[in-house]
Write a protein that binds this ligand. Structure first.
Ligand SMILES: NC(=O)c1ccc[n+]([C@@H]2O[C@H](COP(=O)([O-])OP(=O)(O)OC[C@H]3O[C@@H](n4cnc5c(N)ncnc54)[C@H](O)[C@@H]3O)[C@@H](O)[C@H]2O)c1
Length: 357
C-alpha cells in the first residue's frame, strides 16, 4: 500500500462518528505511538493516536485540525450543532480564487472548515489562502493549482491534498465558464470550451475524488462524504442564446444523478446546487467586461441609462429582489452535508426566480 492509500484509511479509522482526523504524511518518524505493517493498521490503530509509522510506507501525524496534526498544537474545542457541520472537514472548492467560489470559500471557513482553494489562477488562490490564514490566526486554507479540464492536473491536485491532510470530505466543483451566443453562430470551439470546463471538468474531478472518499469510508462503513456540483438556475430552465452553458449545466445534473446512484455504496452523496445570478462577481460587475456594462452598451434594457438601472432591472426579476451570493450557496452546501438521507438532487438557490414543479 502507498501513502496515498494509507492516509485516507487512517482518516477513516480515526472517524468518531462526526469527523475524521487530519492526517499529514511524513517520512518515517523518529518516534511514533504505533509502528506496524499496513495489514495490521486496522486492528492496532486506536482513536486518539497522534503519530503512526507504517512499515515500508512512512510516518503519519494526526490531529483534529491542520495545526494540531502538523505542528503538534492542542486539538481545537469541539463545535456542536449546525455550526459544526463542516467544522474541521476538508473541503475543496474548484474555481475558488474569485467570484462565487471565493464567497463559498469564505463562508466555509467562517464555519470552521479547512479549505483547499483549487484554481487555474494559482497565484490568486494562494494569495486568498494566505489572507484567510492571517485573518484566522491558524491554518484554515491552502491554495492549489488545477485545470479541471486536464486529467493529469486533476489527479495531481487530488494527490497533493491527500498527501497534505489525508483525504477530502466535501468536494465543491465550482469552476465554470460562460460564453453566451446564438446557436446560429456559436463556434464549435466556444461550445467545446464551455462543455469542457463545466461538464467534462466535473466528470474528471469526480473520477479522481470518489476513490479517495471510498478509502475513507472503508474501515468503519459510516463515514459520509459529499461531492457537490455548482450548476446554475440554467440547469433547471433553458436560457436563450446561452445554450452551451445551459446544456453543460443540465448535463452536469445528469452526471450528479448517475454518480449519486453509483457512489451511494461508498456513503458519498452527490448533489447539484443551482444558484441564481451573482451580481457582485466579475461576470456581472467587472467595470469593463461585465455583463451590466455589456447590456448597457448594447441597449438591452429599454430606458436604462446607467449600470445601476440594469442591475435593478435584473434584481426585480427575482421574488427576493436581489442577486445570489456565496453565503446563500453555502447554506445549501451545509444542507447537503448535514443531510444523510438525500442524494442526487438539484437544489435551487434562486431567490424564487425558478420554482420546481
Ligand atoms: N456568476 C453568476 O451569476 C453565476 C450564476 C449561477 C451559477 N454560476 C456558476 O458558479 C460558478 C462560478 O462562477 P463565477 O461567476 O464565480 O465565475 P468567475 O469567472 O468569477 O470565477 C471562476 C473561477 O474559476 C477558475 N477557473 C476557470 N476555468 C478553470 C479551469 N479550467 N480549471 C480551474 N479553475 C478554473 C477561474 O480562474 C476563476 O477563479 C460557475 O460554475 C458558474 O457557472 C455563476
Amino acid at each position: 500500500m502507498k501513502t496515498l492509500e494509507i492516509a485516507p484509511l487512517l482518516r477513516g479509522l480515526s472517524f468518531d462518528g462526526e469527523k475524521g482526523d487530519i492526517v499529514v504524511s511524513k517520512e518515517m518518524l523518529a518516534e511514533a505511538e504505533l509502528t506496524c505493517s499496513a495489514d495490521d493498521l486496522s486492528s492496532k490503530f486506536k482513536a486518539g493516536m497522534r503519530s503512526v509509522n507504517v512499515d515500508g510506507v512512512g510516518g503519519f501525524l494526526l490531529g483534529e485540525d491542520y495545526d494540531a496534526a502538523a505542528k503538534g498544537t492542542a486539538n481545537p474545542e469541539k463545535v456542536a450543532g449546525r455550526a459544526g457541520v463542516v467544522n474541521n472537514k476538508v473541503c475543496v472548492v474548484t474555481g475558488g480564487a474569485q467570484g462565487f467560489g471565493e464567497g463559498i470559500v469564505r463562508a466555509l471557513i467562517k464555519d470552521g472548515a479547512l479549505v483547499f482553494i483549487a484554481d487555474m489562477n494559482v497565484d490568486g488562490a494562494k494569495a486568498l489562502a494566505q489572507q484567510l490564514n492571517e485573518q484566522e490566526g491558524r491554518t484554515v486554507a491552502f491554495g492549489v493549482s488545477v485545470n479541471v479540464t486536464d486529467e493529469i492536473s486533476v489527479e495531481a491536485m487530488v494527490n497533493e491534498i491527500v498527501q497534505l491532510v489525508g483525504g477530502i470530505d466535501v468536494f465543491v466543483s465550482n469552476a465554470g465558464v460562460l460564453k453566451a451566443g446564438s446557436v446560429k453562430d456559436m463556434t464549435l470551439k466556444d461550445f467545446e470550451f464551455v462543455t469542457d470546463v463545466n461538464y467534462v471538468g466535473f466528470f474528471l474531478c469526480t473520477k479522481h475524488v470518489a476513490p479517495v472518499m471510498e478509502l475513507m469510508n472503508k474501515p468503519q462503513g459510516n463515514y459520509f462524504t459529499d461531492i457537490i456540483s455548482i450548476t446554475s438556475k440554467s440547469a433547471l430552465e433553458g436560457s436563450s442564446k446561452n445554450g452551451a452553458y445551459a446544456g453543460s449545466k443540465f448535463g452536469s445534473v445528469g452526471l450528479v444523478q448517475s454518480y449519486a446512484k453509483e457512489l451511494v455504496v461508498d456513503n458519498t452523496k452527490v448533489n447539484a446546487i443551482c444558484p441564481g445570478n451573482f451580481y457582485d462577481g466579475p461576470l456581472w460587475s467587472d467595470p469593463e467586461r461585465g455583463l451590466f456594462v455589456q447590456y448597457l452598451n448594447a441597449g438591452k434594457v429599454p430606458g436604462a441609462k446607467t449600470v445601476a438601472d440594469i442591475r435593478r432591472f435584473y434584481e426585480a426579476q427575482t421574488p427576493m429582489n436581489r442577486g445570489c451570493n456565496g453565503e446563500d450557496v453555502t447554506k445549501a452546501i451545509l444542507y447537503s452535508v448535514e443531510q444523510t438521507y438525500e442524494t442526487g438532487q438539484a437544489i435551487p438557490v434562486t431567490g424564487g426566480q425558478v420554482m420546481l414543479n
